[in-house]
Design a protein around this ligand. Structure first.
Ligand SMILES: CC(C)(COP(=O)(O)OP(=O)(O)OC[C@H]1O[C@@H](n2cnc3c(N)ncnc32)[C@H](O)[C@@H]1OP(=O)(O)O)[C@@H](O)C(=O)NCCC(=O)NCCS
Length: 325
């Protein structure tokens, strides 16, 4: 197995790999043009991981005079999970290092959240950055063709007995968890957007201030805010309006605090509080747009899946408020 530079004879195999790994979602991205432009510009190169004469992984890497950028990371689906992704990303980073580039960046399509964990494993962090773009070639995507057509899968989980919970000590010192009693709509909207924006949380954005206040200021609904160094870093919301069941209605950490062990810590606190209410069961749901570690984390803490449903993605819902498409 070896890493080498792209040669023109690789073109059809590379494009086929990108197609099979779902990287060609945007009809305005012509992969053959992308390859030619990358190689002609002199700023970038396309790395190929070859095994037994076959292209098994790719990465496009280059620098813009300030930062390094990595695109088109793909591993043959039949060979995923064998550390080939790790190998091609390391090779791309090595090329940037030899050019003295101090920092590598990459972009992940909003609907491809499951790869966030892969990059975190390679040492990448989710940046608190909003990426903006404007086409300079006069082309525009028709509205409604901007995202994948895959349905979103919601998994419903429950627990019917208090679990044995692990002791979790977060890496972040200086943290405090406080109940936000009689929370204002403005503060709630801030928390909901700051935590949920990367994961397409939109349900609560559709409610008027009055409708939202009626839920979050209900005595049976409790919101707890996690602070790190005095600033909000995450929150959870418990809904005990149905007396026999407590729902963990929302739970999350803000992007720049992910990776500090705060998620497992916060979840343990939430589960303990839910069981203090002595319900018959506690429930939560998570969907395929959520952080890829959410479902395994809920299961590790004692939740069991009891139902699974397909729902349209937020960008397929004509009534949705997508202010970040
Ligand atoms: C993302 C992708 C490149 C990963 O390649 P891979 O060869 O399957 O991943 P690796 O085997 O190198 O994984 C390296 C490590 O990351 C972990 N990992 C891989 N995918 C993960 C995921 N989705 N979530 C969390 N961790 C993940 C692996 O468990 C492994 O951990 P370890 O070092 O503890 O063993 C591959 O799945 C792919 O081609 N996906 C489709 C294309 C794509 O979405 N590309 C990214 C565009 S931004």
């Amino acid at each position: 197995m070896k890493v080498r530079n792209f040669e023109s004879a690789d073109e059809s195999a590379v494009i086929e790999l990108w197609r099979r790994t779902g990287l060609l979602q945007n009809p305005l991205n012509d992969p053959a043009k992308d390859i030619a432009f990358c190689l002609a510009g002199g700023h970038g190169e396309i790395l190929i991981l070859e095994d037994d004469g076959k292209v098994v992984a790719t990465a496009m890497v280059g620098q813009d005079g300030h930062r390094g950028w990595i695109y088109y990371v793909a591993v043959d689906p039949a060979r995923q999970g064998q550390h080939l992704g790790q190998r091609i990303v390391s090779a791309a980073e090595a090329r940037l290092k030899t050019q003295g580039v101090p920092k590598a960046h990459l972009m992940i399509r909003g609907s491809n959240t499951q790869v966030v964990g892969f990059y975190q494993r390679q040492g990448y962090r989710v940046e608190p950055i909003t990426t903006m773009s404007r086409r300079l070639d006069g082309n525009a995507l028709p509205v409604g063709h901007q995202m994948d057509d895959d349905p979103v899968i919601v998994t419903y989980l429950e627990m019917t007995a208090r679990p044995a919970l692990p002791q979790v000590v977060p890496k972040a010192r200086n943290h405090a968890l406080m109940g936000a009693h009689d929370i204002t709509v403005g503060f709630y909207r801030y928390l909901y957007d700051a935590v949920g924006r990367p994961w397409y949380w939109t349900d609560r954005k559709k409610l008027s201030d009055e409708e939202l206040a009626a839920i979050i200021q209900d005595q049976a609904v409790e919101i707890y805010v996690l602070y790190v160094g005095g600033a909000p870093a995450g929150f959870y919301e418990l809904d005990a309006r149905d007396e026999s069941t407590v729902e963990l209605a929302y739970f999350g950490i803000m992007p720049n605090y992910i990776g500090m062990g705060l998620g497992p810590y916060l979840l343990v606190q939430a589960i303990e509080m839910m069981w203090q209410k002595e319900p018959e069961r506690v429930i939560v749901n998570t969907c395929t747009l959520d952080h890829p570690k959410a479902l395994p984390l809920y299961q590790r803490m004692g939740f069991h899946p009891y139902d699974r449903r397909e729902v349209p993605a937020p960008w397929q819902d004509p009534d949705n408020i997508l202010d970040f498409a």
